[in-house]
Design a protein around this ligand. Sequence first.
Ligand SMILES: Cc1cc2nc3c(=O)[nH]c(=O)nc-3n(C[C@H](O)[C@H](O)[C@H](O)COP(=O)(O)OP(=O)(O)OC[C@H]3O[C@@H](n4cnc5c(N)ncnc54)[C@H](O)[C@@H]3O)c2cc1C
Length: 319
Amino acid sequence: MSEEFLVVGGGISGIACARALADAGREVVVRDRGYRLGGRMAVKTVHDRPVDVGASYFTASVPVFQGIVQSWVDVELAHPWTDTFHVGEPDGLVGTRTGPMRYATPLGLRSLVEDLARGLPVDQHHEVEAVEPGPTVDGAEYAGVALAMPGPQALDLLAESLPQERSVSGGVWEPCLSLVATYESRAWPEIDGVFVNNSAVLTFIADDGSRRGDGAPVLVAHAHPLLSASHLDDPDAAIRPMLAELEGVLGINASPSSVIAKRWSLAKPANPHAEHYFLGRNVVGICGDGWHGPSRIESAYLSGRALGRAMAGLGRAAT
Ligand SMILES: Cc1cc2nc3c(=O)[nH]c(=O)nc-3n(C[C@H](O)[C@H](O)[C@H](O)COP(=O)(O)OP(=O)(O)OC[C@H]3O[C@@H](n4cnc5c(N)ncnc54)[C@H](O)[C@@H]3O)c2cc1C
């Protein structure tokens, strides 16, 4: 019988799960279909500099995650960014709102997942197709399998013969389009980020130069879920309304030098589970930001870590 655990998904929840298994002395391998780790903590290189095109920033409220964040701050992989965002409406800024400290990264959020994965065996650019009782994955047997991804992606992998696992997968997830606009120079007021209210087009704008710390004239805007849903087949068609609103909120009178749109079909769960993870008698576990919401980097990390620790404890009493 195999002693090896398989974690499917190289986002922060999958890497946290694998790290917990490895720390407990278990054999584990991570498999991800992407070329790079990070999942929705995605980075795109635009004009030779990294831009966060998925998650914008992260917060840390629980001591165990605060400890990890401090270790990233200590080695300058992350820095406290801001606790104050502006609030805007389609035709301008209307005030500010203070909240928890938001952290950002000089190299892009993906660099944190890559750091957490250091030393773990990772099998990249390898799509998993089927998880069956055993548990087996694409025909190979494992001691346990963790699916660390959005619920609908997990559901796609689970065989009909795993009804309990299927019943806690799937669910409704909201889409999001991200727009990256670069400019010749900074043609907007000093901001870090803007929550956009009373809009059917945008929800949030980040000043990427501010969060990265290099001051580059780059903005990233996130579209409203309804606008995103209606442009999933053709994200480029959403560029015009998104750019018009970005310019309206920030009072920009200059044309961007480049604009791209990125589509997230499964950006965040509408109704996350209350539990931290699922683990049933088939030793197929499910974790990610669909568990113990709100959907955030921190909750995804905690979900993956909790599942990894639970899986690592299985069978230990008998040995
Ligand atoms: C536009 C946007 C903005 C966001 N903003 C914020 C924010 O500001 N702050 C915040 O805290 N959070 C934010 N989030 C949420 C945050 O990104 C997620 O909570 C977190 O990254 C989820 O991590 P995860 O590991 O659970 O899932 P993912 O990051 O989605 O990782 C899943 C991984 O599974 C892999 N995978 C899927 N199917 C297969 C398969 N069949 N075979 C192999 N691999 C597979 C994928 O390639 C992916 O790498 C945002 C998300 C989006 C999309």
